[in-house]
Write a protein that binds this ligand. Structure first.
Ligand code: ZN
Length: 152
């Protein structure tokens, strides 16, 4: 287990399109564990591989404490509704903005053992899924931010 360095906004690595994972090797499993540790240490609810400098289609999400979702080669196959909420990113610490996202999505991905799964998500999990999937295509929440959020 290791805490990885998180790449910050302005770094070209965050603008690249990531490649799919075609085999879940022990190295990938270690990366997944390290990403979960790194996300928790940074007190975040999601982390995508490019944020730790790895340009592969992988993200981890913990929108609800203790419930970790591993997303390998994720695809959002259905989007419904719209919801504007405050969002931040571990690569842009101390800053937040309002972003419109679907209110509900259906996600298809592989889990850490390579087993396909499909989930429907709303609320924070839905938002985190959209945010992390964007990272895999080099998109950042500030690209869609309607206005910044300044905490009191
Ligand atoms: Zn992010």
């Amino acid at each position: 287990m290791a805490i990885l360095n998180i790449v910050k906004f302005g770094d070209d690595l965050l603008r690249k399109r990531c490649r799919p994972i075609d085999e879940i090797t022990p190295k990938i499993k270690t990366l997944i564990d390290d990403m979960i540790d790194t996300m928790r240490k940074a007190d975040g609810c999601g982390l995508a591989a490019p944020q730790v400098g790895i340009l592969r289609r992988l993200a981890v999400i913990e929108a609800e404490e203790g419930v970790v979702h591993v997303l390998i080669n994720p695809e959002i196959v259905k989007r419904e509704g719209e919801e504007e909420e405050v969002e931040g990113c571990l690569s842009n610490p101390g800053k937040w903005g309002y972003v419109k996202r679907p209110a509900k999505v259906t996600l298809r991905a592989l889990d850490r053992d390579g087993v396909p799964y499909e989930i429907e998500a709303e609320g924070l999990l839905c938002r985190a899924i959209c945010h992390e999937c964007d990272h895999l295509d080099g998109k950042l929440y500030t690209d869609f931010q309607t206005k910044p959020y300044i905490p009191d």
